[in-house]
Design a protein around this ligand. Structure first.
Ligand SMILES: Nc1ncnc2c1ncn2[C@@H]1O[C@H](COP(=O)(O)OP(=O)(O)OP(=O)(O)O)[C@@H](O)[C@H]1O
Ligand SMILES: Nc1ccn([C@@H]2O[C@H](COP(=O)(O)O)[C@@H](O)[C@H]2O)c(=O)n1
Length: 228
């Protein structure tokens, strides 16, 4: 590249629910001066639009027919990631239980995935210094040429405990079962399931603090940049 400017670096972080993808990706992006994209928020946003517009979530053909309608915009500043649908800030509503319980059915529809994947690739291509993109199929499908691929894991118990803490003491057993159910749906869909890319580095976060995970990923990015 001219003027000695560094090439943009593309980092893909995938893994099941509650493994720390969002927290890690935001912190890594902020530390390294990169953009950040939460692809789960995009699938939640399109699900919110389907629910709000009375689309039958049990009918994949109805979801497919509506998939191109909402305009979904993601802000990629790791200090202030934003998400709007048709100009409406949906960052709060997309985290509600109704969306969480329906997002796997919507994200399994191939027309939805094609639409959202196109948005994700365009955002990654326009990131000047680079981007950390987190989700379920980033390393396998969305950005198979990413410079670094990470697959985060953690035991279901650790993930449920983290989520229960967030949900102010929600029942641990119910939270654990809900996580396992969503991961099973995401892993078993035909199109672009949750999966580790063959060339991804797996990091088990069960016994690591968030800071330790962030340090580990930052080191891996720096090693890649140094050509090791
Ligand atoms: N290594 C860690 N140790 C303890 N808590 C953690 C760790 N990593 C993340 N957390 C906490 O766990 C919760 C879930 O993390 P986060 O939202 O980053 O996970 P996620 O993989 O993005 O989940 P989802 O896919 O469901 O959006 C958050 O409250 C976060 O602060
Ligand atoms: N690359 C992705 C990212 C997410 N999904 C679907 O969205 C759901 C919500 O994701 P969160 O990270 O916000 O929990 C997730 O359960 C998947 O159904 C996806 O399919 N691909």
């Amino acid at each position: 590249m001219e003027n000695g400017a560094a090439e943009p670096v593309i980092v893909a972080i995938d893994g099941p629910s509650g493994t720390g993808k969002s927290s890690t990706s935001k912190a890594v992006a902020a530390q390294l001066g990169l953009n950040y994209l939460d692809t789960g928020a995009q699938y939640r946003a399109i699900t919110w639009w389907m629910v709000t517009n009375g689309i039958d979530i049990a009918d994949p053909s109805a979801i497919a027919a509506a998939a191109a309608k909402p305009e979904i915009l993601s802000g990629t500043d790791p200090a202030n990631p934003t998400i709007t649908v048709d100009g409406v800030d949906v960052s709060g509503p997309i985290r509600e239980q109704e969306v969480t319980s329906k997002v796997s059915a919507v994200s399994a529809v191939p027309e939805v995935r094609a639409r959202i994947t196109e948005l994700q690739r365009a955002i990654a291509a326009s990131a000047v210094t680079g981007i950390v993109v987190e989700g379920r199929d980033i390393g396998t499908t969305v950005l198979p040429d990413a410079d670094l691929k990470i697959f985060l894991t953690a035991s279901p118990e650790a993930r449920a405990a983290r989520r229960s803490g967030e949900l102010k003491g929600a029942d641990l057993h119910t939270t654990r079962e809900a996580l396992i159910k969503r991961d099973a749906a995401d892993s078993s869909r035909k199109t672009s399931p949750l999966a580790k890319a063959d060339d991804a580095v797996e990091v088990d976060t069960t016994d690591l603090t968030l800071q330790q995970v962030v340090e580990c990923v930052v080191t891996l990015v720096e090693e890649k940049r140094a050509g090791k």
